[in-house]
Write a protein that binds this ligand. Structure first.
Ligand code: CP3
Length: 345
């Protein structure tokens, strides 16, 4: 098998596969003892930026489960460095931006730096991982989409209602445009470099874009995500476009770009297919909290996702959002086995 024939890449291209491929968003992390052990000795930023450690963490879930794809261990906030925005990960709080962007003057201070230089470590990790990965397992690179990354830079951390973000967007449309242009330029450079370093597919995480109404998405977000996808298209690698709470945005997100659309559990795969057209490959969409259910209930939910996907080509099994820190490992293992066995063609 050549690397291009992996089950994951074939499904992303809508081709027939022997069974449904599966991987999990945030598959490397605290629910795994191996990860916690390394994390005791190193900060999250160290794990992300030291290629020897990042390679190990990337491979941890691959060694433990029969997954079809590895995702490079990094974080969507790393490229903030290339825009001159300082941040840290704070225990119990998540990411904290040192000086959140709140005004047009703050936006003026941003610059589109050189992620290829600043994030050489991630590019190096991709090369190391590819060197050790079985050809049947695909390697995914990723970045945050402009809206989701901007929301962290503006809010300063996680937000419930995105008040500062939307206020800047509505009150200072020119500053917003500049912010989104700078962010999309940095992400386009970063993702291009990841493909050149060995990423065989790219996922753009627009995790929080579901907080927008469709017209605002069209006006304030679509052009910038579109610019990123347009820059990546010539490379002909699968481009996965993911968000949560996006049931009403799917057509617009597809217009922005991506060859595979990621959806969460709030919409059935059948409805998502109906909106996107049956030729658009889909990724999803088990509720991450289902992994905490008793095995019989979990199995029923896995069956439901597979039934909705209907055995047609162009389905990649995943969660509807990242795996949660307390997730029982044995349930993760069971889901991987069920998906492969139950979807055998
Ligand atoms: O999927 C993988 O295994 C690759 C690694 C990965 C991380 N972050 C490592 C990480 C990926 C793909 C991400 C993406 C990411 N980061 C997103 C988009 C996906 C999503 O979940 O919506 C977002 C919004 C972030 C920003 C971020 N990083 C938050 C909100 C947090 C804190 C929440 C939490 O889970 O603690 C982080 C920290 C982070 N990034 C951890 C990991 C494994 C937590 C680990 C730790 O503290 O040891």
């Amino acid at each position: 098998m050549t690397e291009n024939d992996s089950r994951f890449l074939k499904a992303c291209r809508g081709e027939e596969v022997d069974c449904t491929p599966i991987w999990f968003m945030r598959q490397a992390g605290r629910y795994m003892q191996e990860y916690r052990k390394l994390r005791e000795k190193h900060t999250l930023l160290e794990l992300c930026t030291r290629p020897d450690l990042a390679k190990e963490v990337t491979l941890q879930p691959i060694r433990r489960f029969d997954l079809d794809a590895a995702i490079v261990f990094a974080d969507i906030l790393l490229p903030l460095k290339s825009m001159g925005v300082g941040f840290d990960f704070v225990k119990g709080k998540g990411p904290v931006i040192h000086q959140p962007i709140r005004s047009p003057a703050d936006v003026e201070k941003l610059h589109a730096g050189d992620p290829e230089e600043d994030l050489k470590c991630v590019l190096e990790t991709l090369g190391l991982v590819r060197g050790e990965l079985d050809p049947k397992i695909a390697l995914i690179g990723f970045a945050g989409a402009p809206f989701t990354v901007a929301s962290y830079m503006i809010e300063g951390g996680y937000s419930r209602n995105f008040l500062h973000t939307k206020r800047l967007m509505y009150s200072h449309p020119e500053a917003w445009q500049r912010l989104m242009e700078t962010t999309s330029e940095v992400m386009a450079r970063y993702l291009t470099a990841q493909i050149e370093a060995g990423a065989q597919a790219i996922q753009l995480f627009d995790s929080w874009v579901g907080s927008l109404e469709p017209e605002d998405y069209r006006r304030y977000v679509l052009p910038y995500s579109q610019k990123i996808f347009a820059r990546l298209k010539p490379y002909s690698v699968p481009l996965l476009h993911f968000g949560t709470g996006t049931a009403t945005l799917l057509e617009l997100m597809k217009e922005a770009g991506g060859t595979v659309m990621g959806v969460d559990w709030r919409i059935s795969l059948k409805d998502a297919r109906g909106r996107l057209g049956s030729n658009t490959p889909i990724q999803g969409n088990l509720d991450p909290v289902a992994l905490f259910a008793p095995p019989s209930c979990l199995e029923e939910k896995v069956d439901q996702v597979l039934e909705q996907a209907d055995g047609r080509p162009g389905h990649i099994f995943n969660l509807g959002h990242g795996i949660l820190p307390e997730t029982p490992v044995e349930n993760v293992e069971a889901v991987v086995e069920w998906v492969h066995a139950k979807s055998k063609r």
